[in-house]
Design a protein around this ligand. Structure first.
Ligand code: SAM
Length: 224
């Protein structure tokens, strides 16, 4: 089994500070999504609107753009936030304070335990997988951990930037290489096929579509 060290895991979340989170929406979800990864953030929001339930866990929260902008059908959904980085958690919790979110500081490769009622009906994983180190098989520890906090029939969905099987433009190629050197991204081995294969090991109704350099995915926890 491959080895991933703590420094690699730390590097995947270290860049998110109060300062970078303040410019994240414009820089990452605005500029980079549209012009470099060629997948408009509105597509990710559409998926979020469609699949997030009123009993929802957001994992790898960043600036909290998606839970903030999402249309939840209840005025008072149960929202839980999970991230390794304290700044991401604090920034997002403040942004969606109206929902009184639960917060959990976790390295989700290792532990996704929650207090009280564990079962969620949906889990969002937007732009997390390309930040965590290792092969897709290694990253699938996150899928197994998600299963432990999902109700039967619950949906897992998200998006991730791929490093294999896509055709990045010049700017995207340069930025992806830079981020991989710095450990901000670890996606050089990530392909849509590898993502789909790992999801299929643990979930049913797996769907993976590729838009530009981004794989959008969804899957369900079996009911039986
Ligand atoms: C690129 S941001 C994604 C933000 C948001 N979901 C979005 O789509 O805009 C990645 C987030 O994943 C978190 N993260 C990275 N590695 C993690 C790990 N091993 N465990 C938990 N969170 C992690 C980072 O701290 C950061 O908040």
């Amino acid at each position: 089994m491959e080895t991933v060290n703590r420094e690699q895991v730390t590097a995947g979340q270290a860049v998110y500070s109060k300062f970078t989170l303040a410019i994240y929406d414009a820089l990452v979800l605005g500029f980079s999504c549209r012009w470099l990864w060629r997948c408009d953030a509105s597509l990710m929001l559409e998926q979020y609107d469609h699949l997030a339930s009123d009993n929802h866990l957001d994992v790898g929260v960043g600036s909290g753009y998606f839970p903030d902008r999402c249309y939840f059908s209840s005025l008072k959904p149960r929202i839980a936030l999970m991230d390794l980085n304290e700044s991401s958690l604090a920034y997002t919790a403040k942004r969606i304070a109206r929902f009184e979110p639960e917060t959990y500081q976790r390295n989700v490769l290792e532990d996704m335990s929650v207090e009280g009622q564990p079962g969620f009906d949906s889990v969002g994983l937007n732009f997390l997988l390309h930040c965590v180190p290792g092969s897709m098989e290694y990253k699938a520890a996150i899928f197994r951990n998600c299963l432990t906090v999902m109700n039967p029939g619950a949906v897992l969905f998200g998006a991730t930037i791929l490093g294999q099987g896509v055709e990045p433009n010049r700017g995207a190629r340069k930025l992806m290489a830079f981020y991989n050197r710095k450990g901000v991204f670890s996606n050089q081995q990530d392909s849509a096929a590898a993502l789909e294969a790992q999801l299929k090991k643990y979930f049913c109704n797996v769907k993976v579509t590729v838009e530009g350099c981004v794989a959008l995915f969804s899957a369900e926890k079996a009911r039986a």
